[in-house]
Write a protein that binds this ligand. Structure first.
Ligand code: HEM
Length: 114
């Protein structure tokens, strides 16, 4: 959801002047819902969005080095689960752990059709 940085020099961000050595938070979660980038439907989960310039894996020289592995793991997981149980539904409340860094889900009740 977020990562902290310390500015190495003066920088202007959206009309706000920051000096060097200031502690700032990059809110990736908010950036992925930026209407200036994604338009009026910015807040909607749209897996078909194209182009989709999200920053879930960061950007620039610190772009996540594990992005390809994470995408592969997620794809294999979904392929294997859906191959066995294509018919499923979330069947109750989702539990989350409090965290400013990660959107942590600790429990999801799921009903799989036989
Ligand atoms: C869904 C899974 C993942 C997400 C959402 C994610 C997200 C991110 C983000 C947002 C950054 C950039 C942080 C910044 O701006 O400094 C990052 C960096 C990084 N990630 Fe991931 N990551 C994931 C999986 C992984 C995996 C599987 C690995 C290793 C096997 C990994 C290793 C790293 C490393 C080493 C960096 C630092 C890169 C650098 O600073 O040059 N990540 N990740």
């Amino acid at each position: 959801m977020a990562m902290a940085r310390t500015t190495t020099g003066e920088v202007v961000l959206h009309d706000t002047e920051l000096g060097g050595g200031e502690y700032v938070v990059l809110a990736y979660g908010a950036a992925n819902r930026d209407e200036e980038v994604f338009g009026e439907t910015a807040d909607r989960f749209d897996i078909t969005r194209s182009p989709n310039p999200h920053v879930s894996f960061g950007f620039g020289e610190h772009f996540c080095i594990g992005a390809s592995l994470a995408r592969l793991e997620a794809r294999v997981l979904l392929e294997e689960v859906l191959a066995r149980w294509p018919d499923y539904a979330v069947a109750g409340d989702i539990d989350r752990a409090p965290s400013t860094l990660f959107r942590q889900i600790t429990h999801v009740p799921v009903l799989f059709a036989p």
